[in-house]
Ligand binder design. Structure first.
Ligand code: NDP
Length: 449
């Protein structure tokens, strides 16, 4: 079957590809399996050198990769450039980690006990369309560093950057078969990877609904799984915060990547005594978000990924909005920055919108803020805005979420762990923690008696 890839900002076809099915997936798994014995025994120094070379190639092709990503996802070129820069940093980080992830010796009676870190084998990496290259690198970096071989399945909507990356992988000197990219539908290629007996682990990022299926499918072969799923994160603004700073930052915590961000702090919780002032500041700041042509250096928000997704996002805004921004007219899947007033029981506050829609919710005191923030099945990210250091840490400890920032929107860095609580998934990506998910601990006892 042929797959048509389009630019969501123009609706133009930018590529036509052959779609893989079960047979091609099995072939890719076979190639990865064949490449595994040699790859796992590459010395740590050489493996690090190859990953470092890949990082450098990403840097050398940064503009090209950013343009591919911007055209395919419709994301502003400035954001795409930042993402590609992070991809290179991620590969640099895991190049540096290769020879620092090792076992230990444990005091025992009658001998010497030691642990080894062993690769898992062939790992299947399934990624979504919102940050295709970035999220691929979060999985590829630790998987390759630990000595695994890989089958990467990008989302059908956005396969182009993964295909270009696969070429750079070969150029880096990483042997053929170590990284394989298969482009095809999730329910066919993804599901086959999940069920394939020769795949040892699935690293999955995507929706909670599909993640649940991945977990079920993996049960058949007791596969390891890492699940990075949806979110409905809270941005808690206390009255003692620097309100202008919080309001200036808040739009970017929801409208970045047109809201198609698992970390979006799409529930903005504001202390009642500061609510009116904050709402006015938020509207003023949101009005300034530059929505338009993703190729323009100044653009801050592009279109949504597809017409179908725009319909889903629109279904969340059925009544009056507190604010609705402007969008370009004509072709492209545009949706305006939108702020609605809500209660935490409303659908817009309970479900992941995955679009530029912020729900503004008042709270009375710290206890209620924590209660509302935690009243969600998700637990991925969040922010706390306050000038009271004790409160910041008290609230941070009380929130059921994997990644938090205080007086900031920041969620991901190559060096720090990222992942969810509750139905946002489990396992950690990035930082040294990710290496745990791509290796097994083997314990060996040697008798000295
Ligand atoms: P989906 O869950 O629909 O898809 C994610 C990936 O899974 C795609 O590659 C898709 O392939 C594939 N897939 C679909 N069905 C199956 C299946 N039955 N078996 C195996 N794989 C399958 O998510 P979206 O692409 O719509 O991405 C948006 C979601 O991702 C949001 O919920 C968001 O929160 C989440 N996300 C989470 C992040 C995190 O780190 N926690 C980061 C970014 C996004 P295809 O599309 O080709 O059919």
């Amino acid at each position: 079957m042929a797959l048509t890839v389009i630019n969501p900002a123009t609706e133009e076809t930018i590529a036509r590809l052959d779609e893989a099915g079960v047979e091609e997936t099995d072939e890719a798994v076979g190639r990865a399996r064949e490449a595994f014995p040699a790859w796992r025994t590459v010395t740590p120094t050489d493996r690090a050198r190859l990953l470092r070379r890949l990082a450098t190639l990403v840097e050398e092709h940064a503009e090209e990769l950013a343009r591919i990503e911007s055209h395919n996802v419709g994301k502003p070129i400035s954001g795409a450039r930042a993402e590609v820069a992070m991809v290179a940093q991620v590969f640099h980080f895991y190049a540096g980690a290769v020879d620092k992830h090792h076992g230990e010796t444990i005091p025992v009676a009658g001998g010497v006990d030691m642990t080894f870190r062993e690769p898992l084998g062939v790992v299947g990496l399934i990624v979504p369309w919102n940050f295709p290259l970035n999220i691929s690198s979060w999985k590829l970096g630790p998987a390759l560093a630990c000595g695994n071989t890989v089958v990467l399945k990008p989302a059908e909507l956005t396969p182009l950057s993964a295909l270009r990356l696969a070429e750079l992988v070969l150029e880096s000197g990483i042997p053929e078969g170590v990284v394989n990219v298969v482009v095809g539908p999730g329910r066919v290629v993804g599901q086959r990877l999940v069920e394939h007996p020769d795949v040892a682990k699935i690293g999955f990022t995507g929706s909670t609904e599909v993640g649940r299926g991945v977990m079920q499918g993996a049960a058949g072969t007791i596969k390891r799984v890492t699940l990075e799923l949806g979110g409905k994160s809270a941005n808690l603004v206390f009255a003692d915060a620097d309100l202008e700073r919080a309001a200036t930052a808040a739009p970017y915590a929801v409208f970045d990547n047109a809201g198609q961000d698992c970390c979006a702090r799409s529930r903005i919780l504001v202390e009642r005594s500061a609510y009116d002032r904050f709402a006015a500041l938020l509207i003023e700041a949101t009005r300034k978000v530059r929505v338009g042509n993703p190729e323009d250096d100044a653009t801050e928000m592009g279109p949504l990924i597809s017409a179908q997704h725009r319909e889903t996002v629109a279904s969340f805004v059925d009544g009056d909005a507190l604010f609705r921004g402007q969008t370009p007219t004509g072709r492209g899947f545009w949706f305006p920055c939108t702020i609605v007033e809500a209660s935490n029981d409303d659908r817009v506050a309970r479900e992941e919108v995955f679009g530029p829609v912020a729900a503004l919710i008042p709270f009375t005191d710290e206890d209620e803020a924590i209660r509302i923030a935690n009243d969600t099945p998700y637990g991925l990210s969040g922010s706390i805005w306050t000038e009271n250091g004790g409160r910041a840490l008290r609230v941070a400890r009380a929130l059921e979420t994997g990644v938090l920032s205080i007086n900031s929107n920041s969620s991901v860095r190559p060096t720090t762990p990222f992942g969810g609580f509750k139905q946002s998934g489990f396992g950690r990506e990035l930082g040294l923690h990710a290496l745990e998910g791509y290796s097994e601990v083997k314990n060996v006892f040697v008798s000295t008696e």
